[in-house]
Design a protein around this ligand. Structure first.
Ligand SMILES: [Zn+2]
Ligand SMILES: [Zn+2]
Length: 203
């Protein structure tokens, strides 16, 4: 009986011993496999050996792409631009149709289909505004609309000429799609110069 118990214990010890060895071997195998795969990734890149540094990967971009990225940075709103210019603690929620700045709800009023800041609401009220041009945009060519809004911003920032853009939608029932028209409006005396600027800025 004691003999049987002893062999059972020996068997258990041997089994445990092999289990430990198997687990150890598996760990080594897995470690080698993962190391091998990272080596594979590294070898596909030139100048391997060192971990890729963010600055190094940046210089790998085409100069044209870097230029475009810098260009995009300019359009990114700065932190200060995310808050109402009159209330630095209030987040800006609505953009003014004239100056394109973000204002809190207390500082901006709806008028027609747009919103205007306190500075520009009187400008809208006191002048005769006329249609300068209408641009039809499509989902196939949304660039056209983006260009128009950028030209409008430049007109205001660089030339101090205020304009606003109304968006009109027309549902084409037959063909079941929505047409978008962007209508540029300017103060009557500026209509000609705005038209000239927009045509010239649009190649
Ligand atoms: Zn404004
Ligand atoms: Zn405000």
């Amino acid at each position: 009986m004691a003999m049987m118990e002893n062999t059972a214990i020996v068997l258990i010890v041997i089994t445990l011993f092999f289990l430990v060895i198997i687990v150890g071997l598996l760990t080594v195998l897995i470690f080698k496999l993962t190391k091998g795969s990272t080596n594979l990734v590294n070898s596909s890149q030139p100048n391997s050996g060192e971990a890729p540094h963010p600055d190094v990967s940046k210089t790998e971009f085409h100069p044209g792409i870097i230029e475009r990225m810098k260009e995009m940075e300019r359009f990114k709103p700065k932190r200060s631009e995310l808050f109402c210019p009159n209330h630095p603690d209030e987040p800006g929620e609505v953009t003014c149709g004239i100056c394109d700045m973000l204002f809190c709800k207390a500082c901006i009023k709806p008028f027609k289909s747009l919103h205007f800041c306190k500075e520009h609401i009187p400008l809208i009220m006191r002048h005769e505004w006329e249609e300068v041009m209408t641009v039809k945009t499509s989902t196939q060519n949304p660039e056209e609309g983006v260009e128009l809004f950028e030209a409008k911003k430049r007109l205001f920032v660089d030339k101090k000429i205020p304009t606003y853009i109304e968006t009109h939608y027309k549902i084409n029932v037959d063909q079941d799609y929505i047409e978008t028209y962007l209508v540029v409006l300017a103060i009557r005396e500026n209509v000609d110069s705005v038209k000239k600027y927009l045509i010239e800025s649009h190649p």
